[in-house]
Write a protein that binds this ligand. Structure first.
Ligand code: FAD
Length: 474
């Protein structure tokens, strides 16, 4: 089976050169189920060339720290082993920071002289600018593959969507075509004559790496285990309990999806195997608890439908936002109605004001907010429901929406394993700036951006238990 041409975009118009085919791996740290790698292999087989995978490791990328570094390195080490078994070379470029990494890449490709370069797609600015820089400097053909979205972002929609309600029907229509199984990566028949440098993994892992690992272990094998456990044990309660941070109903897959250690498409395919219905039917099953009373208890299909809504529609909506909105991480990216509404509230007195450091150290007056911050500090992940409350309160307790947005992104990117992701930028923009939401009743500070009250959390789950759980761990 060959890869759909609509997944691929040319990053320059150059012809094929004489050297090996190279896959510059970026967003997708996995050997299997990776359309970009599969495409690179397809080209290498067609042109009878060796295949080389290169990863540009940038320590401290977009504010990520030790936990992210260990998690990523665990994944990369596994990729190197998996590729070796397939006779595919793996090269690691070690860049000191984001500023110089583009230049390091250009230099590497100048020295290596590939015949074709393939990369994976991400709408995040740093990666887009590396692609642009490299596209200009490479003398050979350079192509980009959307290996993250089930429906490639440029096929799903040609413009920024207003919300899930406008993207959903477009995605649903295309799912039957794009939700196909992956072929296996083949053992590659052509080798590099001179080999590649050996990687000293031990030197790359930071000192006290074990302490920095947190509760998540990186790599595709671990990702599959987390997925299997979720599908077996948590999916049957997903629709009803996923918004209760005291119940383990969410998948915990976001760190793996963020680093590409697991393809969202694989997760969707495995979920579909549990059901005896085509995907078009599953995505239309009832999705929320409100319907339970009307129509009886939810069935597995309903839970799967709710899960696929998050995994496919909401996730791909975030990529759509960052791809088409160049201001995805500033207030200028908010819809006009929200910017105007927030502007009117600039001089409204804030009852509480905190510095970035006070937020960071979980030192606000609100024990529930502090507990959510502690959950993120301790586990490198905050429950999805608490993330909304957490970001909205930052808006309430800072001097301006600009400051709130900056603080929320800083904390999310620094402490979350799944941070520095389109989902993070869209999620924070939803909470603070009404992105993908509609206007609500006007309130102080929020204007018509949706408000979230502590009492809403109290009604939904036992907030005292949640506070006690994370205070203890603090
Ligand atoms: P599950 O409920 O099991 O969902 C499965 C997958 O669906 C997730 O891994 C994710 O890929 C996708 N998904 C679920 N909810 C959403 C959503 N609301 N929007 C987009 N995709 C979704 N997600 C991140 O991946 N990285 C972030 O940095 C991030 N920051 C956020 C910040 C705020 C303020 C908000 C409100 C949301 C943020 N989200 C982020 C979205 C969502 O909260 C997380 O994806 C989810 O909590 C991850 O946990 P899970 O994998 O167990 O989720």
């Amino acid at each position: 089976m060959s890869i759909k041409k609509t997944r691929i975009r040319r990053a320059n118009e150059n012809p094929v050169g004489d050297g090996p085919v190279m896959y510059w791996m970026n967003r997708e740290i996995r050997a299997e189920d990776n359309w970009a790698l599969l495409y690179a292999q397809e080209l290498a087989l067609e042109h009878k060339r060796p295949l080389v995978v290169v990863y540009n490791l940038v320590l401290g990328y977009l504010g990520g720290g030790g936990v992210q570094q260990v998690f990523k390195l665990q994944g990369l080490q596994e990729v190197a082993q998996d590729l070796e078994a397939k006779n595919i070379s793996f090269v690691l470029i070690n860049s000191s920071d984001v500023e110089t990494s583009g230049k390091d890449l250009v230099k590497f490709f100048e020295d290596f002289q590939p015949g074709i370069v393939v990369t994976d797609f991400s709408p995040v600015r740093a990666q887009m600018s590396w692609v642009k820089e490299l596209g200009k400097s490479l003398t050979c053909s350079f192509q980009m593959v959307d290996a993250h979205n089930i429906v490639p972002v440029w096929i799903a929609s040609p413009k920024q969507e207003y919300g899930a309600y406008t993207l959903r029907p477009k995605l649903h229509k295309k799912l039957a075509k794009y939700l196909e199984d992956f072929p296996k990566l083949k053992k590659h028949p052509y080798s590099l004559p001179e080999g590649v440098p050996t990687i000293n993994w031990q030197k790359l892992f930071p000192e006290n790496a074990k302490e920095k690992t947190g509760i998540f272990q990186g790599g595709s094998k671990e990702a599959e285990k987390v997925m299997d456990t979720f599908l077996r044990e948590r999916l049957p309660v997903y629709a009803t309990d996923r918004n209760n941070p005291l119940v383990e109903a969410q998948s915990d897959l976001s760190p793996y999806l963020h680093y590409g250690m697991l393809a969202p498409q694989r997760v969707a395919l495995e979920a579909m195997k549990l059901l005896d219905a085509p995907v078009e039917v599953v995505v239309h099953a009832k999705k929320n608890k409100a319907k339970v009373d009307e129509n009886g208890p939810l069935e597995l299909m309903d839970h799967a439908s709710a899960f696929l809504e998050e995994l496919i529609v909401r996730r791909e909506l975030s990529d759509n936002f960052c791809f088409y909105n160049k201001n995805y991480d500033t207030v200028e990216g908010f819809p006009e109605w929200a910017r105007k509404a927030l502007d009117k509230e600039r001089t409204t007195k804030r009852e509480y004001l905190y510095t970035k450091e006070e937020f960071e150290q979980a030192k606000t007056h609100d024990e529930l907010w502090n507990a959510a911050q502690m959950e993120m500090l301790v586990t490198s992940k905050m429950h999805g429901y608490m993330r909304m409350y957490w970001a909205k309160k930052i808006l309430e307790w800072t001097e301006s929406p600009e400051e709130a947005f900056e603080v929320a992104i800083y904390l999310n990117d620094k402490y979350s394993l799944d941070g520095r992701d389109p989902n993070g930028y869209a999620g924070i923009a939803w909470s603070i700036g009404g992105v993908h939401d509609r206007s609500w009743f006007a309130r102080p500070i929020y204007g018509t951006v949706r408000y979230m009250a502590r009492s809403g959390c109290d009604k939904r789950f036992d907030t005292k238990d949640y506070i006690a759980k994370w205070q203890e761990r603090g």
